[in-house]
Write a protein that binds this ligand. Structure first.
Ligand code: BG6
Length: 303
């Protein structure tokens, strides 16, 4: 894999995009333009932060206990879950949420959009280890556009001769004032699998609010979701295509304490995950020779 100096030569953009070697040995891409700042770790194509210039606080949350290490997922940001979501259907030893978030990705391309936002595209690098868990021929790319809007596109191209089925997610951790004082709209009337205390199918009544652990897979919904945060005086809009499931997750105190990397003692209160997903009945068949794209746009608007 290329180091930061080589990447800067080939893909760096003066005043907008630079690569640096982190002490962990991983390479990070730093974005800074007139609209926003962001950072992305090449391992996992893991966006770690995003803050539009219009916002006093980041919009994408990163745990203050987040650790960067080879082969380990980073707590917070936007982990890429692929090619399955949650536990693997049959192999208990395969990693939860797939392997994409813990393997190297290669930089393919960078550029500036007509509106001045900065674009970076990465491709998942396969290895004997990944092929042992996923035998299909494919190209998987993540393209990130950092501006006043953050746009992330996860594309799966089936380059083989057989159809395959994927589960996937852009598992974004979003920065909020306090979990007990926000509400999420856009899922009213949707069915969801409630993963707290077993897996039971329920129907959402009104906005989603939080008073204990929430771990839900809303199905058959491509709706835009909005986080209403009166204390931070802003709304975060999550608009998606190519995704039929939405996961809403907060671990709450007991689980967050057990996890140990959520920013002790109460960092978990300042995040909520609104994940754009294809899972359970919404897994996607990618036919041989075709492409599937999951695209999400995030914006923050001040109240
Ligand atoms: C969510 C799941 O998507 O991710 C939760 O619905 C899970 O069940 C959470 O706890 C975090 O997962 P991980 O593997 O990053 O700790």
């Amino acid at each position: 894999m290329k180091n930061a100096a080589q990447l800067n030569k080939q893909f760096g953009i003066a005043g907008q995009l630079t690569f640096r070697d982190d002490a962990s040995g991983l390479v990070v891409a730093d974005f800074s333009n007139t609209q926003a700042t962001a950072a992305l770790c090449l391992q996992g194509a893991h966006l770690m932060s995003w803050q539009p210039k219009s916002q006093a606080k980041p919009v994408v949350w990163l745990s203050r206990d987040a650790k960067m290490a080879a082969g380990k997922s980073i707590r917070g940001g936007a982990p890429v879950c692929w090619p399955w979501f949650g536990a693997h259907a049959s192999e208990a030893t395969f990693p939860g949420h797939g392997y994409a978030r813990t393997v190297p990705w290669q930089v393919m391309e960078s550029g500036v959009e007509p509106n001045g936002a900065t674009r970076l595209t990465l491709r998942l690098v396969d290895s004997d280890k990944t092929r042992a868990q996923w035998e299909h021929s494919c190209n998987v790319e993540l393209s990130v556009v950092v501006g006043e809007t953050l746009r992330m596109s996860l594309t799966t191209e089936n380059t083989g001769t057989h159809d395959f089925v994927i589960g996937e997610a852009l598992h974004t951790y979003l920065q909020i004032s306090d979990i007990a004082s926000v509400r999420v709209t856009g899922l009213e009337g949707c069915e969801y699998w409630d993963k707290v205390g077993g897996s039971v199918l329920k129907k959402q009544d009104g906005a989603v609010t939080f008073a204990s652990e929430v771990d839900r897979v809303y199905i058959n919904t491509a709706n835009e979701c909005v986080i209403h945060d009166d204390k931070l005086k802003r709304r975060i809009h999550i608009k998606k295509s190519g995704s039929q499931s939405t996961v809403v997750w907060t671990p709450w105190v007991e689980k967050a304490t057990k996890m140990g990397d959520m920013g002790q003692p109460d960092g978990w209160r300042e995040m909520v995950c609104i994940e754009s997903v294809n899972a359970i009945e919404n897994v996607v068949t990618v036919a041989a020779g075709t492409k599937h794209a999951l695209v999400v746009e995030y914006t923050a608007s001040s109240l």
